[in-house]
Write a protein that binds this ligand. Sequence first.
Ligand code: SF4
Length: 308
Amino acid sequence: MIEKTSEFIERLMVCEPAVRAQFEYSDLEAASETAGDPDPLCEQDYEVAPGLINKYGNRVLCLLTTECPAYCRFCTRRRLVGDGAPDFAGADRVDAWVEYLNSHPEVREAIISGGDPFVVEDALFRYALEQLSAVASVKVLRIGTRAPVTDPMLVTDEKLDAIAKVEQPVYVGIHFEHPSELTPQTVRCVRNLRLAGAILYSQTVFLRGINDDYRTLYDLFTGLLEIGVRPYYIYRCDPVPGAAHFRVDPAKERHIMTELRRTLSGLACPTYVIDAPHGSGKIPVPLEFWECDMSSYKDFDGKRHANE
Ligand code: SF4
């Protein structure tokens, strides 16, 4: 697997063990390297054009690149992002997405993701935003990124300007794991995104030994709300190969989330979900306010899964 870290995150890794553990290879990976599922969300089955995934009907995922400034060792798209040569969309691929969207007016949301979309050249970033927002049936644009944490310099003035020019609401989902990621540079980058008119939310994954305790997540979610990022989802870590050592006991996750729900401002509390295998969707986990033994759950298609 490719080992890549930006200079920015390398500096943070030196002084922050919780950051280092997310990006540094561990011998523990070898123990589950052949277990798990390289595509747990079955995205490949729903690829309707190169780099375009339509799994949910009313929204599409546009993979602008498979490259990231730094590789998280628990990445759900590890099969694309970490393994193999980076793949970038070009204008021709964006044009093919637009053609698909024009013939599928039921799609209302385009989610630009990757890899990290802020890695690409400013010109391609701008082109993708301009073209996707020009599709009349696309009412919402979303961008999934970790660049404000891993390499804030990638959020350039040109890219901010491209966001500011989009007429539809642009929601930027930023991946955060630990309060030590709220560096002054990240906070400044978040502010710039807000000033460009983006609506910000966060996504987090439960990670053993990194954020699987009440205090860490309380501080993270409170810190995010206070810089204008609405905590949105916290996920159970997907069963990708090499990531078993990051997975937390589900009962512990549920207990932490129950305590957080009790004490956090409602706006600061994300929804705790399991991204169901076979691409069914994000299933909310009932907290300890409800009777539930956590052993299994039904997905949105009514299929029952063991909660492993
Ligand atoms: S930022 Fe996201 S896509 Fe990139 S390596 Fe991390 S989890 Fe994977």
